[in-house]
Design a protein around this ligand. Structure first.
Ligand code: GLU
Length: 506
């Protein structure tokens, strides 16, 4: 049975690099009907952040990465929070001490600092000098009896090769002379990451350790511990990081948003986010780019993952997210958009009107936060725009033609049966809403084009002033969409405001 895990430390918001790693481990497990486990690694109390675990859980749930076992769902191997597993580590460290693969170290911080200083002076790598390895049993017992503080270190052999085959990075080997006698248990009795991770991955039957690239150099220490315990080691796959633009450094706060909650606030959808993240390191070997989670589970393959980091590209994320918005059921999109902008909703954005708004936006925006400009045009119209801008020399829209355009458009709009149009929106099946909008847009557009023709004028002479008067700006949905959503009364009111504005122009 394939069992993978995501083992974050609760150090604050979940970075999208962490989400990508979790996603790879999740997809790998689910592809073979395996289990995916969440384990919280909180033994480093200095890095602990209140609420960090809840943040991680929330982010995974938002993304649709559902774990089979974890702190809040339980499971056969509970507890899944390391600080609740103290006794377990105690038992296993005793085993290593008994076997002589670990030893107590009583060195004071002063001594360790002095040692490091000397190593630096002599340009030697920073490593513990095994000072306490030579203590006799009596000396150790005496020190313990005196209440001296100690840590427990692993004994790294001198010159052995540790080799493993990383499922992403390929063959990797390290010589143990490069390894430090790593602290396994700290003076507060809690294990370090290196010890807890091995004990837990073993006890939780993890078959594949899929984790961030930065842990590659720790892997030989872990493999040694497996050997010392005589346990079967898992397979390893180290996932390359997300790089900042430029491709040299890891993506960090300096480049802008990095945590999952920031992307949620910007209105990215989970579908878009996971699709984009998986493409940062994996591709299916075809030109296909847009996938649902189910499709990813089916297609994902660790052997197709690239070894190098991938550069974060916000434009591509936006594009991928936009594709998922277009693909959604319109009424589901409407609900998501409504939830997102709830604080801005006002009386004018009533149910029927908001459905129309969602239909229009579903084709226009790449992330939910982009709703604002069109929302304001439609529901918070600012009448104080500069009337001069209604006229446009290039388009041939002068004061006379604009006035004609307004008066004729008012007549045109008054002739439309909006009640019929609106009742159909409410009745229409979700999957047909976009088509319905297109047919109304076409219908209103044809009316305007006929008007242009009948008046023997140019498109811009009519359409520019009308669009400007309806929006007070030059970036907006089409006038035909605007007339459809604003309805008779509001469209006519805005055109009359336009008439007043040009009347006073010189
Ligand atoms: N607790 C480690 C972290 O925060 C997990 C490393 C691992 O997956 O082994 O990244």
């Amino acid at each position: 049975m394939i069992r993978t895990r995501f083992a974050p430390s609760p150090t604050g918001f979940l970075h999208i690099g962490g989400l990508k790693t979790a996603l790879f481990a999740y997809l790998f497990a689910k592809k073979s009907d395996g289990k995916f486990i969440l384990r919280i690694e909180d033994t480093d109390q200095n890095r602990y952040v209140e609420g960090g675990m809840e943040q991680i859980i929330w982010s995974l749930k938002w993304a649709g990465i559902n774990y089979d076992e974890g702190p809040d769902v339980g499971g056969e191997y509970k507890p899944y929070i390391q600080s609740e597993r103290r006794e377990i580590y105690q038992k296993y460290i005793n085993e290593l001490l008994d076997k002589g693969f670990a030893y107590r170290c009583f060195c004071t911080n002063e001594r360790l600092e002095e040692m490091r200083r000397k190593q630096e002076e002599n340009k030697m790598p920073p490593k513990y000098d095994k000072h306490c390895l030579s203590l006799s049993k009596e000396e150790i017992d005496q020190k313990v009896a005196n209440g001296e503080k100690y840590v427990i270190r692993m004994k790294a052999p001198d010159n052995e090769w540790i080799k493993f085959n990383d499922l992403i990075k390929g063959k990797i080997e390290f010589n143990t002379k490069e390894l430090d006698d790593q602290v396994l248990i700290k003076s507060d009795g809690l294990p370090t990451y290196h010890f807890a991770v091995v004990v837990d991955d073993h006890l939780m039957n993890i078959s594949h350790v899929i984790r961030a690239d930065e842990w590659v150099s720790s892997t030989p220490k872990h493999i040694l511990l497996y050997k010392y315990f005589d346990w079967k080691e898992p397979e390893y796959a180290h996932v390359p990081p997300i790089l900042a633009p430029g491709g040299k450094k890891k993506l960090s706060k300096r480049e802008g948003s990095v945590s999952v909650n920031e992307f949620v606030n910007l209105g990215y959808l989970p579908e878009g986010m996971i699709n984009y993240l998986v493409l940062l390191g994996w591709n299916p070997g075809t030109t296909e780019e847009i996938f649902t989670m189910e499709e990813l589970i089916e297609k994902f393959d660790l052997s197709k993952c690239q070894k190098a980091g991938a550069v974060f590209d916000i434009k591509r994320l936006e594009w991928v997210n936009g594709q998922h918005i277009r693909k959604m059921d319109t009424m589901i999109f409407r609900t998501k958009l409504m939830d997102y902008i709830i604080q801005d909703i006002n009386k004018r954005a009533n149910n029927e009107s908001f459905i129309k708004f969602a239909i229009i936006e579903q084709e226009r925006i790449n992330k939910l936060s982009e709703y604002k400009q069109d929302f304001n045009i439609i529901y918070n119209f600012d009448e104080s725009y500069d009337g001069e801008l209604i006229l446009n020399e290039k388009m041939g829209a002068d004061k006379v033609s604009a006035e004609l355009a307004f008066n004729e458009s008012i007549k045109l709009i008054e002739s439309i049966d909006f009640e019929k149009l609106n009742s159909e929106v409410i009745k229409t099946d979700n999957s047909k809403l976009i088509e319905l909008k297109k047919s109304y847009e076409e219908f209103i557009k044809n009316k305007f084009l006929d008007l242009v023709k009948n008046l023997n004028m140019k498109n811009g002479q009519i359409l520019w002033p009308v669009r400007y008067a309806l929006t007070g700006t030059d970036k907006s949905p089409t006038i035909f969409e605007l007339v459809w959503i604003l309805g008779k009364e509001e469209s006519v009111r805005r055109l009359n405001i336009g008439i007043k504005k040009i009347e006073v122009l010189g």
